[in-house]
Design a protein around this ligand. Structure first.
Ligand code: PEP
Length: 235
């Protein structure tokens, strides 16, 4: 199971360090991914199942791209896990599929683990599963789905940061469709809470969760990882 926390524009250097140290001290065995803001990156000394990644990057080693972060800066902190295609970057920051593909290919060339996010807006969801899948497959245009270090996160746009999670059946249906072509681990993201983690992790084809809001309190994120650890033991 993979349990990932996306800090978005939350936490600072001090609170990120405290968060990571708290999680590390629990000795969990699930795969844990933590995506703090760039400013909180540091050389953390962590076991192999805990990785600190970035929410974004500019697809260059270095250069003249005012305000951007390239791989020269990330390599200083041994970052090799990245988010690509998050809905907030697609819809709020206006990233096109071309920009997303450039980032994907650059991260792939750098042999990074990539959590690639896909998901439909509300108006598409209202048209039913065929429209949802057509929309999602378009988000795979130009993306190498056979990349070994790929993890796919299904994150319906209308469920992100809204408190409205997709239903168990809706998640199951989309993951089932994805599984036909995508062999990579599949995560669900969209208003996951401590109370819903157990049920979501029990969905067929669900290999974990990507969590924003509910994960920012370390005690909550810790409980989610504990649920994942317990599930593994059940099997
Ligand atoms: C996310 O940022 O990927 C996310 C799923 O956020 P939230 O849990 O707040 O919906």
């Amino acid at each position: 199971m993979i349990i990932a926390s996306n800090f978005k524009t939350n936490h600072n250097r001090k609170s990120t360090k405290e968060f990571i140290e708290y999680i590390d001290a629990q000795n969990y065995f699930s795969e844990i991914r933590i995506f703090p803001p760039f400013t909180a990156l540091s050389s953390f000394d962590l076991p192999p199942n805990i990785k600190v990644g970035v929410q974004d990057f500019y697809p260059v080693q270095n250069g003249s791209f005012t305000g951007e972060i390239g791989f020269e800066q990330l390599e200083e902190f041994d970052v090799n896990t990245v988010l690509v295609g998050h809905s907030e970057r697609r819809h709020i920051l206006g990233e096109s599929q071309k920009v997303i593909v450039d980032k994907y290919n650059y991260a792939k060339q750098k042999e990074c683990e990539i959590i690639y996010c896909v998901g439909e807006p509300k108006e598409v969801r209202e048209q039913g599963i065929e429209a949802v899948m057509a929309y999602i497959w378009e988000q795979f245009d130009g993306i190498d789905i056979d990349y070994d270090e790929l993890i796919v996160a299904y994150e319906p746009v209308w469920a992100i940061g809204t408190g409205l999670s997709a239903s168990k059946d809706d998640i199951k249906e989309v993951l089932e469709h994805l599984r036909v072509k995508v062999k990579a681990p599949l995560l669900y993201g969209g208003s996951v809470k401590v109370e819903t983690t157990q049920e979501i992790l029990s969905i067929e084809n669900c290999d974990g969760v990507l969590v924003g809001t509910a994960s920012w309190k370390v005690e909550n994120f810790s409980k989610m990882v504990e649920i994942a650890d317990n599930k593994k033991e059940e099997k």
